[in-house]
Design a binder for this molecule. Structure first.
Ligand code: PMP
Length: 410
């Protein structure tokens, strides 16, 4: 009889082949000391962090630290209960009100992570007669959420509004509601949904709702940081926004906001909300404070985008293939998983931390060195990151070695 986890043997063999031979194992990375939003000690080295999704650098915001300390002292380390049974404190309600105010929406529900928010909402919203039309490149939490739903699941081609239109046309006249699911910014390549086109398609048909996962666009896009719908001016056409506090908001937790009149029904039927412990008071307090900083964070957003542009142009100028544009995510494409793993190891040994992302978790089967920028990165840090990429890439033969500087003889 096969042993319990034998079915994962090919995956483990693949992992061993990739990481044991060259010592690169990104799953073993440990930050022993966090020096700031942009630096940590890894393997005893001072390392520049370019892979944390800490877009606005709010993890050490003094106001949030103060609020978290005060909540810890006043309410203790945890709620020890679920929102419904015994885990709703005043702070949770204040955070939900802060989300309603931030988005200008009537209803907000706070979950313990963004993953659970997608799991809970997507498995509950649509019933057996209904349809969910999701972008093929959606996050794992969306895939898991829709899998738990009784609705029929239809995937449309990534960022292809015409393909969505075709699929909705086939459903026209069928009873049941339809829910379109997209992301504001997709996590791997940092590209954006064509939201205006998707809204135009939505409006052609009856009983169609739209949900946008704004995990990577909250705090990043829009004058007030409300993400892609704010940036492109179609907030009224998005029925549900799901988000996370684990990126721009600098802590942990998830949420869903909506104007749907029956939204509060979800508080009783959403299993990922009812049957799990609520966020601890210190996290809730820091999320509430940081949400305010996100709203006022216009200058941080400018710095973030300036930093991202600098890294993107710097790496492209080296001759590396950069798959991202105009995005806080800067993803460099390596020729194959092996090279990507060695590249990643070279970077970490030289004091740069990025994410190694490999197929099947990546679009187009890309092997990626995925960087995400922070408003708190200095120009000097980004120059250092570019120089280290240049050094490692030329040692791997991916780009031509830098020309030696000519000195004038005279
Ligand atoms: N949605 C997307 C698009 C994400 O990238 C992530 C996290 N990487 C999540 C949801 C889950 O968020 P959390 O970390 O809060 O569970």
């Amino acid at each position: 009889m096969a042993d319990l986890l034998d079915r994962f043997a090919p995956l483990m063999a693949q992992r061993d082949a990739l990481f044991n031979e060259n010592g690169a194992d990104p799953f073993q990375v440990k930050m022993d000391e966090v020096l700031s939003q942009t630096e940590a000690v890894i393997e005893g080295r001072r390392t520049i962090l370019v892979g944390t999704n800490n877009y606005l650098g709010l993890t050490f915001a003094p106001e949030a630290l103060d609020a978290a300390h005060a909540a810890l002292d006043a309410y203790g380390t945890g709620t020890t209960g679920s929102r419904v049974a015994n885990g709703t404190y005043g702070g949770h309600k204040e955070l939900e009100q802060a989300l309603c105010d931030f988005y200008g929406m009537k209803h907000a529900m706070v979950f313990s992570t963004g993953f659970l928010a997608n799991l809970g909402i997507l498995s509950t919203l649509m019933g057996p007669e209904d349809y969910i039309l999701m972008d093929a490149d959606c996050h794992a939490s969306i895939y898991d959420g829709v899998r738990g739903s009784q609705a029929q699941i239809i995937r449309f081609k990534h960022n292809d509004a015409a393909d969505l239109d075709k699929r909705l046309a086939r459903l026209a006249g069928k009873p049941g509601n339809k829910l379109i699911v997209v992301e504001g910014i997709y996590s791997m390549l940092g590209d954006r949904a064509p939201l205006k086109e998707i809204v135009a398609v939505k409006k052609k048909y009856e009983n169609v709702f739209l949900l946008s996962d704004e995990a990577h666009s909250l705090g990043v896009l829009g004058k007030y940081g409300r993400g892609l719908p704010e940036e492109v001016g179609c907030e009224e056409d998005v029925d549900f926004i799901v988000g996370t506090f684990s990126k721009s908001v600098g802590t942990v937790g998830g949420f869903c906001v909506s104007n749907h009149p029956q939204f509060d029904t979800l508080r009783l039927v959403c299993r990922a909300y009812v049957f799990t412990a609520s966020l601890p008071p210190s996290v809730v307090a820091s999320a509430t404070v940081n949400l305010g900083l996100v709203q006022k964070g216009g200058a941080l957003r400018k710095r973030l985008m300036r930093n991202a542009k600098k890294l993107q142009t710097g790496l492209s100028a080296l001759g590396l293939q950069v798959a991202s544009e105009d995005s806080p995510v800067v993803a460099v494409v390596a020729p194959d998983p092996q090279t990507a793993a060695v590249f990643w190891r070279g970077l970490i040994e030289a004091g740069v931390y990025v994410n190694l992302a490999l197929p099947p978790a990546t679009p187009f089967g890309y092997s990626l060195l995925r960087a995400s920028l922070c408003a708190a990165h200095t120009e000097e840090q980004i120059d250092d990151v570019i120089a280290i990429f240049a050094d490692v890439a030329s040692r791997l033969g991916l780009i031509a070695p830098a020309e030696p500087q000519r000195t004038a003889v005279g």
